[in-house]
Write a protein that binds this ligand. Structure first.
Ligand code: ARG
Length: 291
């Protein structure tokens, strides 16, 4: 079974409002046609890289008036074919909720997922952007403090019945967990410490052995390289600095980097342009090992 990812066609992508410090509608407007063409190419390159790494892509149609729909990591949290739909903090993105709800209903009809649920009243939670399952440690790392609230985080913990480590995000620049935290298949965690409160940094150090912590530099974080998709030993990310590429290579990973500049202009990179649909608590590889 190949890994399967949702992506969204960038036909209606633009930077038309600013809900994070990376977004500049003014910069977008200065060359909206050129940037739109570049975005289409970048999205196609990402899809190609995923396919080359063995993945299948479910491409969802874009929707007018919902430019950030291209970031499906924020649509839902998903594990073992169970989907917990997101609720966005900003009204600019709440318009995406019914669009994604329809997309997941269609996936259920095709038997690609089993269950699609909604968050309880009062919970705000921006999906797999803020709740990342770490298969090796069998737990969710989940953020609060920027886009998602504590209730949202508790809802993820309750719905999936999994241990959930609550990490508070310290700065609006790193407003989703996926901008600053990326567990890798070999057990390493690539992360940007400064994005977390001192307590959050402590929780990460408690759970992840020093030998498995890979600290991203300011430059890596600003290039959105922590926002990466790992498939086996292939790590797909926005244009990486040489040092990060070398660090990952030493640990047996091959970095495939893609120019995602038009999406970084909205505060997103490779991970948030995708949503892993077959995310499972027990990876097939470990099932094989156990057999
Ligand atoms: N403009 C989008 C927002 O601010 C970008 C989202 C990127 N997603 C992510 N998980 N980092 O919501």
């Amino acid at each position: 079974m190949s890994p399967r990812f949702m992506m969204v066609d960038p036909a209606h992508y633009a930077v038309s409002y600013a809900i994070n410090p990376w977004m500049s509608p003014r910069l977008w407007q200065a060359d909206s046609e050129g940037l739109h063409a570049a975005a289409r190419a970048a999205s196609a390159n990402l899809a190609d890289a995923l396919r080359l790494a063995g993945a299948e892509i479910e491409m969802v149609a874009g929707h007018p008036g919902a430019p950030d729909l291209v970031f499906p990591a924020n649509a839902a949290t998903l594990l073992d074919r169970r989907v917990l739909l997101a609720r966005f903090l900003h009204p600019e993105r709440r318009v995406e909720e019914p669009v994604f709800a329809r997309a997941f209903a269609a996936l259920r009809e095709r038997d690609l997922v089993d269950e699609v649920a909604e968050l309880p009243e009062g919970a705000v939670q921006e999906g797999a952007g803020d709740a990342i399952f770490d298969a090796g440690r069998a737990l969710f790392w989940a953020a609060h403090g920027q886009r998602s609230n504590r209730q949202g985080l508790e809802a993820v913990a309750g719905f999936f019945g999994r241990e959930t480590v609550a990490l508070e995000l310290a700065t609006p620049k790193f407003y989703h967990l996926d901008t600053c935290f990326c567990p890798l298949p070999g057990g390493e965690v690539l992360y940007y410490p400064q994005a977390f409160t001192a307590e959050g940094q402590g929780l990460i150090r408690d759970r992840v052995d020093a030998s498995q912590r890979i600290e991203a530099s300011d430059e890596d974080a600003a290039r959105f390289c922590v926002n990466a998709v790992a498939i086996g030993r292939t790590v797909i990310m926005a244009q990486a600095a040489e040092r990060l590429r070398a660090t990952l290579a030493e640990r047996g990973y091959r970095v495939v980097d893609i120019d995602l500049a038009p999406f970084i202009l909205s505060g997103g990179g490779a991970y948030c342009m995708t949503l892993r649909l077959d995310r499972a608590a027990v990876e097939p590889a470990s099932l094989h090992r156990a057999a």
